[in-house]
Design a protein around this ligand. Structure first.
Ligand code: ATP
Length: 606
């Protein structure tokens, strides 16, 4: 029996939540303790009916307790109301603290997850699991416990009143009561899968909203509204079906309990009449018994109504702890050391990697960069260049092989110290809703305005930021939407400048700039690259001509490696072909531009 209780979802879920309730245990306990008088006071009303009925209605005499009965009822109800208010207040106070703590744990956990976790999840799932589930878990848990306790004490005290008045009628009532509990245990299994599907569909609606928000321009540009509407309406239709299924499987519970209760009341009235007629029970005692019985059926009937919400909150707790119990795949080793500095070299040694086990993306990559060297990765789209550089800050871990910094495997050093040594500019940089200052400061949280201006200057943004009325305090919108693509990229470059890390990773860092700005920023990047070890990916080969070493990657393999001059001297070389193709196409563009310029000049009226 005890073992069964220990394995019950009720016990397990409360046990899991206990560490979160523990810091507020006193107020939580007080709120729960208040449920005892709140629940028990129900019985006083039923109990006070007996003397009132027997003396006033039957004997037609007015004893002292008969006078006090109405006053008692008012007094106790006021007392019960005040205690209910206090219990609700305490419950909300504790509940809000517990919810916040749980959300904080979940959010901290979210920040530790590796990139592949985010690759797998959709945004709706994240919002639902991390926000809604935490709310549902806490509110369901605490208010249900309060409800449960006040109903339990109410039921116990009312059962006391029943036995006080008549043990024979009480036995009948108890048997019927037992029959009302049985259906509840059946429903849980029937609705569990529907609840899971409902959660999945609800998270799809959140994803749809997110996509509409982030992708609104694409939706408009491609007149994609009808398809989006259709997708959304399919999600709503599935939610509707699940809702109906849930109602079909669970809503019979309340009426069935009601009907069972009515059998109980009918039986007690029938047998009660016999007891009164045979003088085994006074009419007052009978009225008091029936009142207590009716009052007892209300909490029990409501337990049926609350049953679904309890199930929802238990499932939310299960989902929340599923996340909290999952260790991040990429984390510090137990004895990880600090990476203090980068003095000698960075080496990829026989690295193999795939995003999925069955699809290799990098095949036996070996590559060494001495400190201060710049390595350019070039090659066809989808060849694996971005993948190579994303292994360095351990966004993903290698499948086999090693990445070493000064001879130490990067998995042996702490993640924070490793990432501290790198400044990364991505192809698609994320800017946070906030000011230009906030976004540059991400590279160095304690940077002064002077340092920020210096970084902006190196990223050739000073003129633009100075021209803004609010300068560094200019709000750039969510994801930096109020800036142009090139400006966004330069803010990201400034962010990397200010970090002043020994390793620089530039993944198509200048792809959103026009030729003129690129030439300017390229000069700034060359400043930034001085005395740093740099991994640069660029499609425009003219920008990486000066790299110490160029590595050509194709289909996850290194095809060629060498300086620009060396590779240009390789007969039938891949790099040479790529470079010549780009050079010719840019020459053609230049020719066309010159032609059109001369046409315009010739067309000018005299
Ligand atoms: N997060 C991911 N999950 C699964 N597969 C991925 C992921 N990112 C990239 N890939 C796949 O890995 C392969 C290499 O991609 P990668 O982005 O490294 O190429 P790339 O050489 O940088 O391409 P590009 O020059 O177009 O940016 C591609 O086939 C791509 O589809």
């Amino acid at each position: 029996m005890l073992e069964k209780l220990r394995n019950s979802p009720f016990y397990l879920n409360y046990k899991r939540m206990w560490p979160y309730v523990k810091p507020y245990w006193f107020r939580a306990l007080l709120a729960m303790w208040l449920c005892i008088p709140i629940g028990s006071l129900d019985a006083v009303i039923a109990l006070s009916l007996k003397p009132y009925m027997d003396m006033v209605l039957i004997e037609k005499s007015v004893g002292t307790s008969a006078w006090y009965a109405p006053l008692f009822i008012i007094g106790f109800t006021i007392g019960q109301g005040a205690l209910t208010y206090l219990a609700t207040y305490l419950n909300v106070w504790v509940g809000s603290h517990v919810t916040n703590d749980l959300k904080m744990s979940l959010y901290s956990k979210l920040l530790t997850f590796e990139t592949s976790f985010f690759d797998r999840q959709n945004s709706g799932d994240i919002v639902f699991r991390f926000n809604n589930d935490a709310d549902l878990a806490c509110s369901g848990l605490l208010s249900n416990l309060r409800l449960f306790l006040s109903r339990l004490f109410s039921s116990l005290s009312l059962i006391g009143v029943l036995f006080y008045n008549s043990w024979q009628l009480s036995l009948i009532a108890m048997i019927v009561l037992g029959c009302t509990f049985y259906p509840m245990t059946r429903v849980r299994n029937m609705i569990k899968t529907i609840m899971k599907q409902t959660v999945a569909s609800s998270s799809q609606t959140i994803t749809a909203y997110n996509e509409t928000f982030s992708g609104n321009r694409t939706i408009m540009a491609y007149n994609y509204q009808p398809q989006q509407k259709e997708k959304f309406s399919k999600i709503l239709a599935s939610l509707f079906r699940l809702n109906i299924k849930m109602t079909q499987r669970s809503s019979w519970l309340s009426p069935v309990m009601h009907i069972t209760a009515s059998f109980g009341i009918a039986a007690t009235i029938g047998y009660g009449s016999h007891l009164i007629l045979t003088n085994q029970l006074t009419p007052g005692g009978f009225v008091s018994f029936i009142s207590a019985l009716l009052m007892l059926y209300t909490p029990i009937k409501n337990l049926g109504n609350n049953f679904n919400s309890v199930q929802f909150s238990f499932m939310a707790i299960e989902r929340v702890f599923e996340i909290l119990d999952t260790p991040p795949a990429i984390r510090n080793k137990e004895n990880a050391t600090e990476l203090k500095s980068v003095n000698r070299d960075i080496e990829f040694r026989n690295v193999c990697f795939g995003y999925r086990p069955d699809v290799p993306v990098l095949k036996n990559i070996s590559l060494k960069a001495d400190v201060g060297q710049s390595i350019a990765l070039v090659g066809n789209s989808g060849g694996g260049k971005s993948t190579i550089v994303s292994l360095l800050p351990r966004f993903y871990d290698v499948d086999t092989g090693q990445i070493l910094i000064d001879g130490t495997d990067i998995r042996d050093v702490t993640l924070t110290s490793l990432r501290d040594k790198m400044a990364i500019v991505f192809q698609d940089n994320f800017l946070f809703a906030g000011t230009i200052r906030d976004n540059v400061r991400i590279g160095k949280p304690d940077a002064s305005d002077e340092e920020i201006w210096k970084a902006l200057d190196m990223a050739y943004l000073t003129d633009f930021v100075s021209s803004l009325a609010e300068g560094l305090d200019t709000y750039i919108g969510e994801r930096g939407i109020l800036l142009s693509g090139g400006q966004k990229q330069r803010v990201a470059i400034a962010r990397a400048f200010i970090k002043d890390a020994p390793i620089i990773i530039l993944d198509e860092a200048t792809s959103a700039l026009d030729n003129k700005s690129e030439a300017v920023v390229q000069k700034a990047i060359e400043n930034l690259m001085k005395n740093k070890t740099v991994f640069v990916i660029a499609h425009r080969l003219s920008t990486i001509r000066n790299a110490d070493r160029i590595v050509v990657i194709n289909e996850g393999e290194i095809m060629e490696t060498g300086s620009h001059e060396e590779l240009m001297n390789t007969e039938n070389g891949v790099y040479k072909a790529l470079y010549n193709a780009q050079f010719k196409s840019s020459e053609k563009k230049q020719e066309r531009k010159t032609e059109s310029d001369s046409i315009q000049i010739n067309d000018k009226p005299d």
